[in-house]
Write a protein that binds this ligand. Sequence first.
Ligand SMILES: Cc1cc2nc3c(=O)[nH]c(=O)nc-3n(C[C@H](O)[C@H](O)[C@H](O)COP(=O)(O)O)c2cc1C
Length: 207
Amino acid sequence: MRAFRPEPLGRAQLDQLFAAAQAAPSWCNVQPWRVYVTEPPKTQALAEVMVAAAKGGFPAAEVPFPIEYPTPYKERRIGCGSALYTAMGIARDDKAGRYDAWLRNYGFFDAPHVAIVACDRRLGPYAYVDVGVWLGYVLTAAQVMGIDTCPMASVAAYPAALRGALPIAETEVVLFGVALGHADPGAAANATRTTREPASSNVVFCS
Ligand SMILES: Cc1cc2nc3c(=O)[nH]c(=O)nc-3n(C[C@H](O)[C@H](O)[C@H](O)COP(=O)(O)O)c2cc1C
């Protein structure tokens, strides 16, 4: 979801969500996810910092973002952007409209909460796999609990701004954020629907 209502979630609901996600498996059960969850008014204060960083700062993701997406990923990525911009009524050549839509990542799509997710960098990339598994648990548990989400790698582009506002240790690498709250059902962005390839595009049976 990419447009949220302002009402915050209760602390008990957030506790329940993250307690459910603690069941995620990880290599050697190291449980490497480090999660910084904002509540109002901290969410809005962080959003202001992040919007300012996105407007004027230099992106410096600690885990490099993909530079180029080869086929077939390129086409899937274009399809994803096109689904969002079509739902929002933003024309292909509307650069200002696209910029504004991109900037909304840094306001966390007006969500009342954002979880900034990091991982101890000393563990190396396999721990990122563990954090990805944990993210799947968070997203699935949220869906079951009626909580709406938007995972956002975008916010990891400005780790210094995040570190200025949150107690993220230097030994931790910032991976992504997750906006949390209740979606605005009438918002155009939330009408975005994506598709998936059949499993046969990804899964190869070998006998
Ligand atoms: C690790 C991760 C990072 C993502 N980063 C962003 C992001 O920065 N901004 C955004 O709008 N969506 C982001 N997404 C959401 C994806 O674009 C979305 O999951 C995908 O297009 C499929 O759409 P669906 O989740 O609505 O089915 C991210 C998803 C994941 C799993």
